[in-house]
Ligand binder design. Structure first.
Ligand code: PLP
Length: 376
């Protein structure tokens, strides 16, 4: 057995026969690409979030790129984004030829610091990209207000937040453009997948075209009409659409999502209760009611890396989400001073959290951490 199989993982999808059965249904039709399952998945996203439009794509990263491209982000433009996020957020900005302008996060939530967003606005700013860290919604009223006052768009990186709510509204149901990810470790998975929601019908039509090479009718409806061979290419586009195979996995996962999230929330509450008592660990600010919990992150005030090594020896994997992007070789040309980000990233530690975690495994993680801190 490899080490990978032996360790308790940080995260892991809950997948099996149900997903395979639905993929089998796709196989029976012989139509693997963009089709019925994708449209059904989009309807499910709309129904669940309350979004007016939902466009399913092949990854969360392409959702971000497509959203930025659709609102016209281009060379010379700036997009404000926290440095403490997955590299995907930054690459999506770079793909448009635009410049990422890194902002700070709040130390207690790891969400974008609204005051710093304000400070970073320039004449070149085109959009703000907040990240709902670990599913905790950002202060969207404040961010949307800043955007309105400065004529900017907000492209939410909601890769962690499918299922989260803000002031009674589901993430994705308000705001300008919201991007979700359904990659293997996210709240639900499509294998790989993503989606964009927006209340703007015109923008949605443009995104529908752009996700499939700028072709103005999707392939499925082309085959249903007369002159079924006819199509127009009307804009720059990409090959970013979701496939029926991936949508089949997502549709099956969606049926179990409430159960997944409930289970993860229960574990988060147990972890929080135990870790709040441990000196040396700081639990992040939580909102149990509104958060669809993605990862579980705590701050280790001193010796984080030592704890990680210790946990590995105990058979428990852990991670760091994320290494700030302004410290990455490829992005450091955009580096600015971000003291909060630079301090917290040395403290953050991601511990195992997934819906198939057994009570026994949860106990093992807690026991090992208590052992490291020599606390009962
Ligand atoms: C996962 C993730 C993405 C990208 O999603 P993919 O589906 O993996 O391309 C973007 N931003 C954040 C914060 C993520 O965690």
């Amino acid at each position: 057995m490899s080490n990978y199989e032996k360790l308790i993982p940080v995260s892991r999808p809950s997948i099996g026969q149900d997903e395979l059965s639905e993929i089998n249904e796709v196989f029976k039709t012989g139509w693997l690409g963009l089709g019925k399952w994708v449209f059904e998945f989009e309807n499910v996203i709309k129904g669940f979030t309350g979004a007016k439009n939902a466009i399913a794509v092949n990854t969360g990263t392409t959702a971000l790129h497509l959203a930025l491209d659709a609102i016209g982000v281009k060379r010379g433009d700036e997009v404000i984004v926290p440095s403490l996020t997955f590299a995907a957020s930054i690459q999506a900005i770079m793909l448009c030829g635009a410049r990422p302008v890194f902002c700070e996060v709040s130390a207690d939530t790891l969400n974008a610091d609204v005051k710093d967003i304000k400070r970073k606005i320039s004449l070149r700013t085109k959009a703000i990209m907040p990240v709902h860290y670990c599913g905790l919604p950002c202060d969207m009223d404040a961010i949307l207000d800043i955007a309105r006052k400065n004529n900017l768009k907000v492209v939410e990186d909601a890769a962690h937040a499918f299922g989260s709510s803000y002031k009674g509204k589901k993430i994705g149901s308000f705001g300008d453009l919201t991007c979700f990810s359904f990659d293997p470790i996210k709240n639900i998975t499509c294998g790989e997948g993503g989606a964009i929601t927006t209340p703007d019908d015109e923008l949605a039509q443009l995104i529908y075209k752009k996700r499939i090479l700028g072709i103005d009718k999707d392939t499925w409806s082309r085959y249903k009409h007369k002159r079924d061979w006819f199509y127009n290419v009307t804009t720059l586009g990409f090959r970013y659409h979701m496939s029926n195979i991936n949508a089949a996995i997502g549709l099956t996962q969606f049926k179990k999502m409430a159960e997944f999230l409930e289970k993860k929330k229960k574990i988060v509450k147990i972890y929080d209760k135990e870790f709040k008592r441990i000196k040396g660990i700081e639990v992040l600010k939580r909102d149990y009611k509104n958060t669809a919990f993605f990862n579980y992150i705590v701050k280790v005030k001193k010796g984080r890396d030592g704890l990680m090594e210790f946990l590995k020896k105990e058979g428990i994997d852990s991670g760091v989400h994320y290494i700030p992007n302004h410290l990455q070789p490829f992005f450091k040309r955009y580096a600015v001073s971000l003291p909060v980000t630079e301090k917290v990233w040395q403290e953050i530690l991601t511990l195992p959290l997934y819906s198939d975690m057994t009570d026994n495994v949860v106990e093992r993680v807690i026991a090992s951490i208590k052992k490291f801190f020599k606390q009962p």
